[in-house]
Design a protein around this ligand. Sequence first.
Ligand code: NAP
Length: 270
Amino acid sequence: MTIFKLGVVGQPIKHSLSPIIHQEFSIRTGIQLQYEAYEVPPEALDSFITNFFKDGGHGLNITLPHKKACIASAHVLSKDVELLSAANTLTGKEGGKKIVADSTDGAGFIRDCEDKNIQILNKNIIILGAGGASQSIIPSIAKLGPAKLLVDNRTKNKTNSLFNQFPEIPLLDLDNFNGPIDMVINATSAGLAGSFDWDIIHGLDKETIFYDLSYGPSETPFLQWASSYSTHKFDGIGMLIFQAAYSFELWFDIPPPTNHIKEILFKNND
Ligand code: NAP
C-alpha cells in the first residue's frame, strides 16, 4: 500500500490547519498519506523543496512567506501561477525530477462564495489589502464580472503595483468611487493585533456582505468591526478548506468531500 508523503511549508507553521484538513480528506477518500507541517526559513526553501521531492515527496502546500519564492524551485508553472507570480501547491512528477506549481487560493475563494450563495456578477466589490492574498483572488473575481472591483491598502504605492500587475483588469482605487458597496473582502492581516478599523465612510449598509479571508475559532476582529453595518458576515475557513480540496485534487485527481470539515477544525480548536 502506498503512503503518499505530503506537507505544508511556511514560517511560522505550527498553527496551520492544513494537516488536519488533509488527514480528513485521507480518511474520506481512503488515500493513505503522511502530511506534515514544515517550518522552513527563506534561505533553506529551495533545498528543502528539491530534497522533499527527490526523497519521494508527492505534494507540498506553500504558505507565508514562501508563496512567491517557491516558484523558483518549480519546473512547470500553471497559467494562474504565471499570472500571479505566486503558488500555494507543488506537485512532484517523474519521480520528483519535475515539480509543477499551481495556485488554488483564487478557486478556493470562488468555490466558497458559491457555497454561500454570494453573487459576484454586477456587484461592487472592494478588497482591503494589496498583499499576496489580495493578488491571488483578484483574477478569479474579475472573471466573474463584478460591476466594479475596488482595492484599498494601507500603503498606497502597493495598490499601484497591484494595478500594474493586472493591466487587463479594470481595478479602481476606493478614493475614486462613491457608489454603494455590495461586498467588502478583508485580505489584510490587520486583525492579527486583535482589533480592526478601516476608513470606509460611504457605500456600506445592512445588505453589504463582509468576507474575511482570515479565520479563527472565534469571530475575527474584521467581522466584529463589520457587525455595526450588517449581519452578512463570513470568515475564510471555507476558502481554506476549498483551496486545500483543490490541492488534493491536483495531487490525486479526486475531489475530496468537504462537508463537515469546518466542524472538525472547530472541535480541534476547542
Ligand atoms: P501579506 O502578503 O503579508 O499582506 C498583508 C496585507 O495586510 C497588506 O496589504 C498589508 O498592508 C495589510 N496589513 C497588515 N497589517 C495591517 C494593519 N495593521 N493595518 C492595515 N493593513 C495592514 O499577507 P497575505 O498573504 O496577503 O495574507 C493576508 C491575510 O489573508 C492573512 O491573514 C492570511 O491568513 C489570510 N489568508 C487566508 C487564506 C484562506 O485560505 N482563508 C488564504 C490566504 C491568505 P501594507 O501593504 O500597508 O503593509
